[in-house]
Design a binder for this molecule. Structure first.
Ligand code: ADP
Ligand code: MG
Length: 250
């Protein structure tokens, strides 16, 4: 397993947002995580990315414990993150947006940029090379030199993916990547995710749009009130009574 969470728990005051969750993601797998509003999806996502620490439980990545590591250390190990509703930097090109993301996740890059160390130019060139590569992978090669805010919404979302790809991740975590997109933009994003999957990238996608997850995911984990209530292939999960009950409240 590339990612293995055991007994993950996180509460906010009296609310158990994530309640003893186990989760395994195999290398090459696209795992979907779904659940009604307030199910604990974002909390689980942040426990995996390192934005939140668990009250209990463990997260292993590639055989090593990561649950106490800050986000930039997890990024350094190859975990890329696409946050829900992340914002782009206005007044910068698409390429610059990806490069700024790279500076923020590599400590050395950030330091050399800030202190203007001699290694600066070399590091800068390497980051630029990787950013161009990431834009290509995200299908944005033609948009590289345009102001980021001039990109259509679908391309802005792909830009968030490109930012995460710039770190050459082995595992990509996506929190509701399709939220707010129209059908056509959603379709483009689905194709991008399928392409990345074809390249062997392991992904975990939290998504409100069950149809999209059912189409893309190999396996789906269903959360309700912080707990895993079902896990399996899209077909298995669709036929699960507890899932239907959680979504329809009947
Ligand atoms: P989802 O992403 O599935 O909608 P969340 O993980 O955002 O669910 O929230 C799960 C539960 O935890 C909800 O009851 C929510 O109100 C609560 N919660 C999440 N984050 C916080 C926070 N920072 N402070 C207090 N309560 C929170
Ligand atoms: Mg959420």
């Amino acid at each position: 397993m590339l990612l293995r969470a055991r007994g993950l728990r996180r509460s906010f005051g009296g609310v158990l947002a994530v309640h003893d969750v186990d989760l395994d993601v195999a290398a090459g797998e696209l795992r979907g995580v779904i659940g009604p509003n307030g199910a604990g999806k974002s909390t689980l996502f942040n426990l995996l990315g390192g934005q939140l620490a668990p009250n209990r439980g463990t997260v292993e990545y590639d055989g090593s414990r990561i649950d106490r590591l800050p986000p930039h250390r997890r990024a350094g190990l190859g975990i890329g993150i696409v946050f829900q509703n992340a914002r782009i930097f206005h007044g910068m090109t698409a390429l610059e947006n990806v490069m700024v993301g790279a500076h923020a996740t590599t400590r050395a890059g950030f330091l050399s940029a800030a202190l203007r160390l001699p290694a600066h130019h070399r590091a800068e060139r390497q980051i630029r090379t990787r950013a161009v590569e990431a834009l290509h992978r995200a299908g944005l090669a033609d948009w590289a030199d345009r102001p980021a805010e001039s990109l259509p919404l679908g391309q802005q979302r792909a830009l968030q993916v490109a930012r995460a790809l710039c770190g050459r991740p082995r595992l990509l975590l996506l929190d509701e990547p399709a939220s707010g997109l129209r059908a056509a933009e959603r379709e483009e994003l689905a194709r991008l995710i399928e392409e990345l999957k074809g390249q062997g990238l392991t992904m975990l996608m939290v998504e409100h749009d069950v149809g999209l997850v059912a189409r893309l995911a190999d396996r789906i984990t269903v959360l309700d009130l912080g707990r895993v209530i079902a896990e399996g292939t899209p077909d298995e999960v669709r036929d699960d009574e507890a899932v239907v009950t959680a979504y329809l409240g009947v």
